[in-house]
Design a protein around this ligand. Sequence first.
Ligand code: AMP
Ligand code: ZN
Length: 475
Amino acid sequence: MSRIKFYNTLTKKVEDFVPNVEGKVSLYTCGPTVYHFAHIGNLRCYIMEDILDRTLRYAGYDVKRVMNITDVGHLSSDADTGEDKMLAGAKREHKTVMEIAKFYTDAFFTDCKKLNIRKPDVIEPATNCIPEFINMVKVLLDKGFAYVAGENVYFDTSKLKEYYVLSNQSEDDLKVAVRDDVDEDTNKRNKNDFVLWFTKSKFEDQALKWDSPWGVGYPGWHIECSCISMKHLGEKLDIHCGGIDNIFPHHTNEIAQSESFLGHKWCNYWFHVHHLTQKGGAKMSKSSGEFLCVDLLEKKGYNPLVYRFFCLQSHYRKPLEFSYDVMDNVKAAYDKLKKQVARIVSESNGQTVDEKAFGEYKEKFIDTLGNDLNTSSAITLLYEVLKADLNNATKKAIIESFDEVLCLDLTKAEAASEGPEVDAELKAYIEKRIEDRKEAKKNKDFATADAIREELAAKGITIKDTREGTLWSLN
Ligand code: AMP
Ligand code: ZN
C-alpha cells in the first residue's frame, strides 16, 4: 500500500498514490503567466505544490518536476477571448514582450526563493517549444480532432466521447454561457472548441509570431502544457498540478488534446490547490489590479516565511482568506517557535541522538503529510516534538528533518521575522550621522546634535542613547 494519498480531481476521491514506474514520480506544474508579479494567491498554490514535491521526495521517491513559463498565448479570459496578457503587460510598461517576460520570470523565482519553494528540475518557456506545438497541432488535424476555420486552428470537442472528465459539466456550461455573451468567436463549431493555433489574430500588433503550415501566427494557451510535459516527462504523466481555476478550461483542454494526440490515457493524478481570497471571499487575481506581492509583505515587515507558515496552517483544499490580523498572529507564533528551537539547538551539544525516536517521528511525519497533505497536523506534530520527553539533540535532529519539507528555516540562526535587511548604503549613512552627532556632543554643539537627530527622524530613523552606545531603528 502506498504511504502517500491525496485528492485526485479526476476521480473526485482521496486516492493512494501509485506512480507509473516504481519509485519514480513525474510531476508537472502549470507555471506563471509572466506579465506581472506573482501575487500571494499564486504563491499559495506554488507553496502547496512545493509541499507535495518535497513530501514525495521525503518519502523516498525520485521526483522529476517540470514547469512551463507562459510567455505567449494566454488571453485575459482563459477561453481564448479578451486581451493578450503579455501584450497588455508590455504596453503597460512600454517594454517589449520579451523584456516583460524576462523581468517577471526573474521576479517570480526571486519570490519563490524567499518562500523556500524548490526550483523545478526543468523550467521551460513556451516560446522555446514552437516546433513541438506545431507538430502536435499537425497530428491533431491528421487524426481529425482539429479543424481550420477563419484561418485559426481549433480543437473539435465534439470528437470526444467525454470532454468534461475533470469537472462538473453543468457548472462549466454556465460559465461558458456567460463568457460567450461577452466575446463570441463565430469560427468555433462547438462552444467549447478552443484555439490550438492563432493566425487570424484580432491582435494586429501581436509581437511574437512564427511561421506555421497554417500561416504566420502563435499558439493557443493550452497546448504548451501538453507539449512541454511530454517533451520532458514522456507520454505518461503521474501528477499534474495547478490552482482550481485551471480545472476548466485549461486542464480540461490539456486532457482533450493530449489524449487525442497520444491515443491513450495521459495523466493519472490531478492535484489542485484552492484559492487565496481577500476579505469578503473574492479570489485574489492579477487582472483585478488589487493584489498583494511578497515585496509588499516585506515592506510591511513580514519575513516571507511567515506567509509560508500562514499557508501551511490550513488545508490546500479549502479557500484561505488573507488578513493582516491573522498574519500578525502567525508572525508572533513563528517568532516564538524560532526562539524555542534556538534554545533546543543551543542546549543540544554533546548529546546523542535517540535514533529510534528519530525514525519513529519521521514515519509519523510521512503518514501525516501522506494523508492528503495535512500540513496543519504536520505542524501540530512539530509542536509535539518540542514538548516530547526527548533530549535536545534528538529534538534538533527531528526538527531539522521535518524542515526539509516545511522549509521554515527553523534552525537557521538569524533574527526570526524581521523584514528586509537595511540597504548597505542607508546603514553607512545612518552610522556616519551618528558619529557626526557624537562628535558634535563632544564639542558641546548641542544644536548640531539635535539637528542630526531631527534629520534622521524625518527619514523614519529613531535613535536612542544607551549605555552600550547610540542604537537606531527604522520606524
Ligand atoms: P497565472 O500566473 O495566472 O497563470 O497563475 C499561476 C498559478 O496560480 C495557477 O496555477 C493558478 O491556478 C494559480 N492561482 C491564481 N490565482 C490564485 C489564487 N487567488 N489563489 C491560489 N492560486 C491561484
Ligand atoms: Zn498549464
